[in-house]
Design a binder for this molecule. Sequence first.
Ligand SMILES: *Cc1c(COP(=O)(O)O)cnc(C)c1O
Length: 373
Amino acid sequence: MTPGPTPVPEAVMLEMAKPIIHHRTAQFQEIIKQVEEDLKYVFQTKNDVLIFASSGTGAMEAAVCNLLSAQDTVIVVRTGKFGERWTEICKAYGVKSVDIDIEWGHAADPKIIEDALKKEPNAKAVFVTLCETSTGAEINTKAIADITSKTKAVLVVDAISGLGACQLKTDEWGVDVVVSGSQKGLMIPPGLGFVSVSPKAWELVKQSKSPKYYFDFVASKKALDKTDTPYTPAITLIIGLAKALKMIKEETIEAVWSRHAKMAQATRAAVVAMGLELFAPTAPSAAVTPVKAPAGIDGEQIVKLLKSKYGIWVAGGQAQLKGKVFRIAHLGYMTATDILMTISALEMVLVELGVKIKQGAGIAAAQQELAKK
Ligand SMILES: *Cc1c(COP(=O)(O)O)cnc(C)c1O
């Protein structure tokens, strides 16, 4: 129940257990073709989705060094720890970031972004985080894309934890660049990074002078056009991905979004019914629910007991939230049953820690939400 790495379906593991195949073969080309088609479906785009052998952060770095050059100005909307990463990567490439810091636990008011773009009309990109995994807040991507679409700036969305959980209609909403990773909503182990690139963003790629080699979008696209990869791909992960994408397609992306929304709703209803407080009640995400630790209780203690007593792994707080919150993910290969077990175990842990809760109230609230049609 952590926001990555998330559980890997058995069917995916079995695919990955098969003997390795060679990548310069018709057999692997077939797989690449299918994976590309299905990635476009999950990303909800007609644009190419480039695949790199890296974690999600590698794909974030790839977006920065392919779109921009030193001295370019960009706007970074920082809703938490992962938003700050955009600034750090920009800094590494000499890209000047105008940082907009949003109070943790909240989404950014699109109006703030509109104003920032008016002040910085030369900004080449706006960076946001779809689901800010550190705080659980989800941004209003559609409203932000409405604004960036009318400007020269491209919208770059870190959807590493958001993809396959939070609604994201890349082309319909006008999102230019979507970055993701393999170990969250896509249900496979860590090691793949993804970037979808719109025609507007490709124009920036042509102008970019930043140094790059492995992560060069042009090289990657050139190979992809021949259903190939420039270097040895992470063959086993891509084979696992093919299966995971097939599962998502069979369920349909709309059903995947509503399954996540429902698990999130049940989790929120349950913790509130127990008397606990949500960390991001104004902009809750479908991927992860951070919960404030009850007064006088260290959040890490809750995480530890859930793990040692019940074998349930939730995440603690990051940075300044360490000990103050614990985060329950409902992300990827998870269902109502996982939520019921987690809430039930959480109640037992809280009782053991001497927190005054009405035992059973959380599980009843979760049951009610999960039973809704
Ligand atoms: C997990 C995560 C990252 C980092 O991804 P890695 O795969 O660990 O590099 C970045 N942004 C968000 C929103 C995440 O959830």
